[in-house]
Design a protein around this ligand. Structure first.
Ligand code: NAD
Length: 257
């Protein structure tokens, strides 16, 4: 069977671990050559490179801090140079900081917003300029969250960043369609990754989180990557400006009164 991403090159930001690493592996499995990204190249990147090469795909790793616009612009430009083109941008890098609203510092706010929203904004802008200049189609998938839709007390900055991502995607779907660029969000619920380590270590809290999820379990990174792969592929050729929730039913669940 022909591979879905034959002759396609994908950049996945924040892909040393967690959902980003799963996306890189999934896209490579489906035939894409892959550019990985993280703050620092380390043993996690080395392992991923070995795994992706074993699939017969080309792979490279570029260090860049997604919260810095200068580094993001350089990242996209370098990514294009590595394999001579870029077809798919997965804006996955993201973080959250827990703090009650009254205690949020400007530094914490900036860290979350600069990575989760500003980084995505300018990565996508740089990619779109490239697509326009080369008259190439492109696909963008943003890693949003159920918190682009539902509240999360003590994570106000995170919710603002993902809520912003919702509107960025809606807006750009219209603005970039004439350039043949599709853009969508994937919104995971509670997925077992290092970002949720505190939750996974706290049995009582974990139990109450699972009670709220209709499917009664955490999501797996591969389940998020499968939806990313669909949206990045031509199978989703008529999908743009949407959010796909991968949340076990969490966002719109019915609560017994
Ligand atoms: P994770 O912490 O395991 O992985 C995130 C990766 O992004 C890490 O490798 C981290 O180093 C990298 N990263 C963070 N800031 C960066 C920066 N400034 N520059 C470069 N790399 C950076 O988290 P994850 O769970 O895999 O999360 C991935 C994405 O999914 C995030 O955008 C997160 O908000 C979103 N998300 C996760 C969940 C979940 O339950 N795991 C739920 C909803 C949304």
């Amino acid at each position: 069977m022909a591979k879905k991403f034959k002759n396609k090159v994908a950049l996945i930001t924040g892909s040393s671990q967690g959902i980003g690493a799963a996306c890189a592996l999934r896209l490579a499995k489906d035939g894409a050559d892959v550019i990985l990204n993280g703050h620092k190249f380390d043993e996690r990147g080395e392992k991923l490179i070995r795994q992706i090469k074993a699939m017969g795909r080309k792979v490279s790793f570029l260090e860049a801090d997604i919260s810095s616009v200068a580094e993001v612009v350089k990242l996209i430009k370098d990514a294009i140079k590595i394999f001579g083109k870029l077809d798919i941008l997965i804006n996955n890098a993201g973080l959250e900081t827990k703090s009650d609203f009254l205690s949020v510092s400007e530094k914490d706010y900036d860290k979350v917003m600069d990575t989760n929203l500003k980084g995505v904004f300018f990565a996508t802008q740089t990619f779109a300029k490239y697509c326009k200049s080369k008259k190439r189609a492109g696909v963008v998938v943003n890693m949003s969250s159920v918190h682009e839709e539902i509240v999360f007390p003590n994570f106000a900055a995170y919710c603002v960043s993902k809520g912003g991502l919702k509107m960025l995607t809606r807006n750009l779907a219209s603005e970039l369609a004439p350039l043949r660029i599709r853009i969508n969000n994937v919104a995971p619920g509670a997925v077992s990754t290092p970002i949720n380590q505190d939750l996974l270590n706290n049995k009582k809290q974990l139990k109450s989180v699972l009670e709220n999820i209709p499917l009664k379990r955490m999501g797996k990174v591969e389940e998020v990557a499968a939806v990313v792969a669909f949206l990045a592929s031509d199978e989703a050729a008529y999908v743009t400006g949407s959010t796909y929730f991968v949340d076990g039913g969490l966002t719109y669940h019915y609560e017994e009164q």
